[in-house]
Design a protein around this ligand. Structure first.
Ligand SMILES: [Zn+2]
Length: 377
């Protein structure tokens, strides 16, 4: 039996207990008291294994003390925040049931943290030399787009040789992620002319009717074959039904596999013309997460993981996704990034969020092997 897999199984009970502690501390994005508590839990549980530093914004930089020399750096990424509001636990308690662990944040991403911490404990106990710094960065704002932690992630990535993202794998096969779409938010503001709907109808120019035309055009920007999606997700406008609406705002979620496609879309948005010449259009938009494009270095990192997984009976596959992670930022800087290395399960952001228990040990062993192999280079 592989020594990593054997030790991971021995540690599973303690690992699940640690994961339970983390899940039972609810950590909605933006709840400073809750995230502070969570950070203190990590600090106390990592004593003797790592130096835990909290930086402004409540992000954690966790430096594992594996005894090796520091010739380069391996960066692992996770986050402390979840999408779940405080008070979710009573309806969705942590439990072990049907071969799975359940609870808010168990898959996204606290299980990933439990796996990585256990993997580092294993390296220390097995006396495996790691010739690189190993740092786990835990961001407090990932679920709201990482507005504050982004610069820290980029700074940390610049001095790293590889980035391992502890987000869940894809599907119940737990596929690794080697590409992610870029995510942009666009907003279209339509300005019309207000008028009394009964007295001055023809003096009005309805921003709502104009917006309805524009939405038809915008929806056509989607190109599923190319992986480009454009979703007008929120519209707001008008005041009363007897007033011709002067204002409408449309919020649009845009996903693109490449930066070039984003630039092409920007041009399309800029070329929108009002159908009613009395209305005005104002478009704004920006890329929040650049695309993670599968480079050959990312392909190599995946191959390494696949090879190491093969030693412990894992048949790892790769996948691409439309969802973003902090791996988008590091990959965009050209740092080899492998994502989806966290737990195997399903239901992230959904009430059936759960983790497959029998995949905990192999995925934990995989992380240990991956860090050991990267630390050799
Ligand atoms: Zn996540």
């Amino acid at each position: 039996v592989d020594p990593f897999l054997k030790l991971a199984k021995q540690k599973q009970k303690a690992q699940i207990a640690f994961l339970k502690e983390m899940v039972e501390l609810e950590t909605p994005s933006g709840d400073q008291a809750a995230i502070g508590k969570f950070n203190r839990l990590l600090k106390s549980r990592l004593k003797g294994l790592a130096v835990v530093k909290e930086v402004p914004g409540q992000h954690l930089v966790i430096d594992f003390q594996l005894g090796g020399r520091s010739n380069g750096q391996i960066l692992a990424l996770a986050h402390s925040d979840t999408v779940w509001a405080k008070g979710t636990l009573p309806n969705m308690p942590f439990k072990q049931f049907k071969g799975r662990l359940w609870g808010p944040g168990v898959l996204d991403i606290k299980g990933g943290i439990a796996q990585f911490v256990t993997a580092m404990q294993m390296l220390l106990e097995l006396g495996v030399p790691v010739g690189k710094n190993v740092v786990l960065q835990v961001n407090a704002d990932e679920e709201i787009g990482s507005p504050h932690s982004r610069s820290l992630t980029e700074t940390m990535a610049h001095t790293s040789d590889a980035v391992l993202v502890l987000e869940p794998g894809s599907g119940l096969e737990g596929k690794l992620k080697t590409a992610r779409k870029g995510i942009a938010d666009f907003q279209l503001q339509v300005t019309g002319i207000a008028a009394h709907a009964g007295v001055d109808f023809s003096k009005g120019a309805s921003a709502i009717v104009e917006a309805a035309h524009q939405i038809q055009s915008i929806a056509k920007f989607t190109n599923l074959k190319q992986g480009v999606t454009v979703n007008p997700g929120v519209i707001q406008g008008g005041t009363r039904d007897n007033v011709i609406a002067a204002n409408t705002t449309i919020d649009i979620d845009v996903r693109v596999p490449t930066k070039e496609q984003y630039i092409a879309l920007e041009k399309k948005f800029a070329s929108l013309k009002p159908k009613d010449a009395r209305c005005q259009l104002h478009v704004s938009g920006q890329m929040n997460r650049p695309p993670m494009v599968r480079t050959s270095a990312i392909g190599q990192l995946f191959k390494l993981a696949q090879e190491l997984g093969g030693e412990i009976g894992l048949d790892l596959q790769e996948s691409s996704t439309g969802g973003g992670s902090d791996g988008n930022f590091t990959a965009a800087l050209g740092i080899p990034t492998l994502d989806g290395l966290g737990c195997v399960g399903e239901g992230a952001h959904a009430p059936h969020e759960s983790v497959l228990i029998d995949q905990l040990a192999p995925r934990t062993a995989l992380l240990a092997k991956l860090v050991a192999a990267l630390g050799e280079a």
